[in-house]
Write a protein that binds this ligand. Sequence first.
Ligand code: ZN
Ligand code: ZN
Length: 190
Amino acid sequence: MTPKDLCDSAPKGWNFILELPKRQDFEAITEKAWNVTLPEGLDFEGQHFSLPDGLSVNAEARWVEDSLLSVGISLSSRVVGECARCLSQAELAISDDLMYLYFSRGLDFEDTELGSDDGFMPVEVDFLGRTLSIAEQVWESLIVLLPARMLCRPDCAGLCPNCGEDLNKGVCSCAPIGDPRLSVLRELLE
Ligand SMILES: [Zn+2]
Ligand SMILES: [Zn+2]
C-alpha cells in the first residue's frame, strides 16, 4: 500500500531512533515512547492542522528472521483545523497502530515467512544495525490519519451561500430557494 501521495518527508530534526534487540534473539522486544511537539502545525492538501498536545508515538521492534525486523508504531494526537463548511474551529482525535517490516536491501522479501498481504508495510533499508530511525514511517503514519476535510460535527449546516450567516446558529432571513417540483405540485393543489 502507498499512503496518499506524500507531498513531503518528515520535518527536519525529527528524531525517532529505536534501539534494536540483539540479533538472533527472537524473543527480545525493544520499546520506546516519544512525545513531540509541532509548534508550526502542518499543512496538508490545502488544510492547516495544529497539534496542540503534540504527537505521541510508541514503537516496538522484534526480529522476525535474520534480516527481517517487525516494528509496531502506535500514534495518537488531537488535531485542530478549520471546519470545511462553517469555518469554525474543528478538532479530531486520531490514533492508529501500524506494522512495518524492515528488511535489508538484497533480501528476497517474497521468500520470507511474511508476505506483504499480512497487513505489514515493507520498508527496504540499506542496513539494519543496532539502531533504526523510524522518522519517515512515523510521518507517513501521521499523514494517512489526517482527514480529507475537517468538520466541526458530522451534520454541520455550514454557512448560507447568500448572506454568509452560520446556519448552525439558526435560519437566516434569506428566502429559501424553492424546489421547482414543489411549485408544480402547488399549482395542481390550487
Ligand atoms: Zn462546521
Ligand atoms: Zn442567508
